[in-house]
Design a protein around this ligand. Structure first.
Ligand code: CA
Length: 229
């Protein structure tokens, strides 16, 4: 079983260390960031089950990080850490897409309980609630099923759009050709896994700055593909 992965964005070194140790001892895989920009970069890369986000951070505050993470379509549950007395923080944080908050100082056991609760109710699809997604110069509007690149419309077939959406919903995960056929094409059994390669190649032509050297849809040799936009 893989450990639930937590991103902890906290600038106070002491608290960062204490919480990391505690989270690790509770069975979480922990990664940390010490300022807002670094936190956003990690959070936006996806692949986390939970994000613990301090509000008062250098470089970029937690509210801005939260808003930006959500705008990029990342639906990972976010628990924000606010300072005592900042009642307004709770409202603002929840409006921006945070899932829960905790006021400092808090007991570690309280944080663990909140995180467990968030893990239990996390969405099955990372895209739940997201209406758009951006990576590089590409913008995807899920509701209108429209894609633009550098502001220009990109003409995707329905299958290519479905494939791209699936990649985005599973960003950071390695997806085998068989799994893609089942999930995107809907075939339980399909002799031509080459179909996937053909469509991935087509998609790369349309969204990659350099299709010969993909930045977003990566080939994982012997396994399949991974979207990292
Ligand atoms: Ca802080």
């Amino acid at each position: 079983m893989t450990l639930p992965k937590v991103l902890l964005v906290e600038d106070e070194p002491g608290l960062r260390l204490t919480l990391s140790d505690r989270l690790a001892s509770e069975g979480y895989a922990v990664e940390t960031a010490a300022d807002g920009e670094a936190g956003l970069a990690r959070a936006a890369s996806g692949g986390y089950d939970l994000i613990v986000l301090d509000v008062m951070l250098p470089r970029m505050n937690g509210f801005d990080v939260c808003r930006e993470v959500r705008q990029r379509g990342v639906a990972t549950p976010i628990l924000m850490l606010t300072a005592r007395g900042q009642v307004v923080d709770k409202v603002v944080g929840l409006k921006l897409g945070a899932d829960d908050y905790l006021t400092k100082p808090f007991e570690a056991i309280e944080l663990m309980a909140r995180l467990e609760a968030l893990l239990r109710r996390r969405p099955s699809s990372p895209q739940a609630g997201g209406e758009s997604y951006r990576f590089g110069e590409v913008a995807v509007d899920f509701r209108r099923m429209e894609v633009t690149r550098e502001g220009q419309p990109v003409d995707l077939s329905a299958r290519e759009f479905k494939l791209l959406r699936h990649f985005i919903e599973h960003r950071g995960a390695t997806l085998s050709r068989d799994a893609l056929l089942t999930d995107v094409w809907g075939y339980d059994e399909m002799p031509m896994t080459r179909t996937v390669d053909v469509h991935v190649a087509g998609l790369r032509q349309k969204i990659e700055p350099n299709p010969r050297s993909p930045e977003y849809i990566l080939t994982v040799h012997g396994l399949g593909y991974k979207f990292v936009g």
